[in-house]
Design a protein around this ligand. Structure first.
Ligand code: FHN
Length: 460
């Protein structure tokens, strides 16, 4: 009998322990969830979540070779020419004396973004090459001291953004192929550290403290409110998660409302852009040149995409995505709860390439009609339909039709109970809707080549 009592006691203890463990785990998850989504964070992220669509600008000395140097064409991204073609620093620096973008017009660039329906601009203040597009106090390797141009690009862009109510944001590369304390010692294999973690610069902590942080402080104190600090180059072994967490706090202390991407820390899982398990700082994930299969409930993210293949201007890269592809990518991303950061690579003369301008004009025209289904829209609550995507708002679902149904019948998700359905481009003409089969009768031809949007006001 005694043995049975002992066994029962042990069983009770085990049950009690496992319940306690489960409760602790749930508390931890809740607290982690709470850490990610505090009301203050929700307010700080609000404009960014509603914006949905921003312009990425990759501009630097790399625009001068435009992907070709001494007869060799760089494979892949043109802004990597210094590394890919093993150009010694002393040679690469010569480009600075040629940087004289007389056609640069900040007001024009911001107007192109605004007319495209973009709400924020992220510009490479300093890319891996190390050249600063602003008048930096901590280096002469910048547009004011090293070039014949001698104008503060970021200052002019900040003024133009303020005038046109576009949020100004800065990309900043942690990687710096020019600074002796950051440079990989195997240079000109500048990026050796990406594949071999034993290759690093022991002086990197000095660069972090005496160069990187002062430059980031300049970006946060010289140009007014900064919407987002968009870090890159998180992959190098020299840069640690401790530095990342220190940098995130450093930024928020200078501009508390600034948003910082997840590349400020070491949590990012490669080009998928989302964070691995663990405690990492950063306000949103950064899928690159890809759109995740699905969004993640409660996780903010932004896909950055090029319009051709290269981030930086590449004279021989004419592989431009179609207007339809770009509009459908925007819809796809918003339908999964993300933002689209779409890139332009201006020329050495300071012009956004015409193929980019044309595509952005087309996106702006589409958004003028259909922006209601994008700005402030939430991810679809339903599995994506064969014919397109859904986005959602309070009391309404937006059906984005990519592929026009041959028989003119648009089958909706069975849970959608419409009160009224109409094209966003003409809400005065309700569409026939057979509630029994959740089917909308469509005209023979699509309203819009790329994506036709139907607003479905729901039966509350
Ligand atoms: O190496 C950079 C690349 O040049 C470009 O800036 C992209 C855009 O996010 N980021 C890095 C590659 O992941």
């Amino acid at each position: 009998m005694k043995r049975l009592a002992t066994l029962s006691l042990i069983t009770l203890l085990i049950i009690n322990l496992s319940c306690q463990k489960k409760a602790e785990q749930e508390t931890r998850e809740e607290s982690t969830e709470a850490e990610i989504k505090s009301p203050a964070d929700d307010e700080r992220m609000g404009w960014w979540r509603d914006a949905g669509f921003g312009m990425f600008i990759h501009w630097g000395l790399y625009a001068i070779p435009g992907g070709i140097y001494k007869g060799d064409t760089v494979r892949g991204n043109a802004e990597w020419i210094m590394d890919k073609l093993d150009i010694p620093v002393s040679e690469y620096e010569q480009f600075a004396s040629q940087f004289n973008p007389q056609k640069f017009d900040a007001d024009e660039w911001v107007s192109i973004a605004k007319n495209a329906g973009m709400k924020y601009i992220v510009i490479t203040s300093k890319h891996h090459e190390g050249f600063a597009l602003w008048d930096s106090e901590v280096t002469d390797y910048d547009v004011m001291d090293a070039t014949p141009y001698k104008r503060d690009i970021l200052a002019e862009l900040a003024d133009a953004c303020r005038k046109q109510d576009i949020k100004l944001c800065f990309y900043y590369s942690i990687v710096d192929w020019h600074h002796p304390q950051a440079q990989a010692p195997l240079y000109p294999d500048y990026n050796a550290g990406q594949s071999d973690s034993t290759v690093y610069n022991p002086d990197f902590p000095k660069y972090f403290e005496n160069y990187l942080k002062p430059q980031v402080r300049e970006l946060l104190t010289k140009y007014g409110d900064v919407g987002v600090v968009w870090f890159d180059g998180d992959w190098i072994p020299d840069y640690t998660t401790e530095m990342g967490k220190e940098l995130y706090t450093f930024i928020r202390e200078i501009q508390p409302d600034a948003i910082v991407n997840n590349r400020v820390d070491k949590g990012r899982m490669g080009m998928s852009g989302m964070n691995k398990e663990g405690s990492f700082v950063g306000d949103f994930g950064t899928p690159e040149k890809e759109i995740p299969d699905t969004g993640i409930e409660g996780v903010d993210w932004e896909s950055c995409l090029t319009m051709n293949n290269s981030w930086g201007f590449k004279s021989v890269d004419h592989n431009w995505k179609s207007e339809e592809n770009l509009i459908q990518s925007l819809v796809e991303i918003v339908s999964k709860g993300g933002n689209l950061l779409l890139n332009v690579g201006p020329t050495a003369e300071g012009e956004i390439p015409q193929p980019s301008v044309e595509r952005l004009q087309a996106m702006g025209t589409w958004l003028e009609i259909n922006g209601e289904a994008i700005y402030g829209a939430a991810a679809s609550p339903y599995k994506k339909p064969d014919w397109g995507r859904y986005t959602a708002k309070e009391g309404a679902i937006y059906a984005h039709v990519f592929d026009w149904p041959a028989e003119g019948e648009l089958k909706l998700h069975p849970e959608i109970k419409a009160r009224i359905a109409s094209f966003l481009s003409d809400t005065s003409q309700p569409l026939e809707y057979e509630s029994a089969e959740t089917v909308i009768q469509l005209p023979d031809t699509p309203l819009d080549e790329a994506v036709s949007v139907i607003k479905i006001e729901l039966d509350q």
